[in-house]
Design a protein around this ligand. Structure first.
Ligand SMILES: O=C(O)CCC(=O)C(=O)O
Length: 231
């Protein structure tokens, strides 16, 4: 489908075909910097790292993905109703993901010592698109999954709340920012990108690893989760 976005919001100006020069993108893992990393301990077991401006050329990648990716509009059946997901999505094995995903994954592997091997992307076309409160399904096969999200395009609010209750933590992710959730975050916390009237288009690119963790054991409720479900 044709992606809808607003080029004037960003530095990189696409040509008539919607393409922009790719020379600003990382050409290796060392092109990203961890200098601005800030870790927040959510509780004794869960943490979130934020690295503002982690990815150089983020606007360029936003344009490339918006134009080049064959975005899917997923639908779900809920009882008798069909729900159209309020965002577009796509997913790849790492070696098939759009460049420079492999360089970014290599930098993440280097830092977090997890074998990030799958990539997915959400396209929030405007502020009416969103993702509801959830924990990622990778928790079904890993006791402490690390989930890394690169934010591209317009700023959006990102919320985290503990399943045990308490205040919701809010932060704003801007183009090029990296957010990494770890520890028991997918098990004991939920996250969301809520609807935000007036927000511009945003793409999030998420890196996950599908291995089963140090013990090689499946976690609670993890019986027969198919590979495609590990988001
Ligand atoms: O877009 C984001 O930052 C969050 C994406 C997400 O939570 C998901 O795809 O499961």
């Amino acid at each position: 489908m044709t992606a809808v976005f607003t080029p004037s919001l960003f530095d990189a100006v696409p040509d008539d075909t919607g393409r922009v020069a790719a020379d600003a993108l990382p050409t290796g893992p060392a092109d990203v910097s961890w200098a601005a990393l800030h870790r927040t301990e959510l509780d004794e077991r869960s943490w979130v790292d934020v690295v503002p401006g982690w990815m150089p050329g983020a606007d360029v990648w936003f344009h490339e993905l918006a134009v080049e990716v064959a975005w899917n509009q997923r639908r779900r059946r809920m009882f008798t109703q069909e729900i159209v997901e309020p965002r577009l999505t796509c997913g790849w094995a790492l070696d098939e993901a759009p460049s420079p995903a492999e360089h970014l994954a290599a930098a993440l592997v280097d830092r977090y010592r997890e074998p990030f091997d799958r990539v997915s992307a959400n396209f929030y076309r405007d502020g009416a698109d969103s993702v509801a409160w959830h924990g990622d399904r990778v928790r079904f096969v890993h006791p402490r999954p690390v989930v890394a999200i690169v934010s591209l395009g317009a700023p959006r609010r990102f919320g985290l709340r503990a399943l045990a209750g308490g205040d919701t933590r809010w932060l704003t992710l801007c183009g090029g920012d990296l957010l990494v959730m770890g520890g028991r975050c997918q098990h004991e916390w939920q996250h969301t990108v809520p609807k935000e009237p007036g927000a511009g288009p945003r793409i999030s690119v998420t890196f996950r690893h599908g291995d089963r963790g140090p013990a090689g054991a499946r976690t609670e409720r993890a019986r027969d989760v198919p590979a495609w479900a590990l988001r």
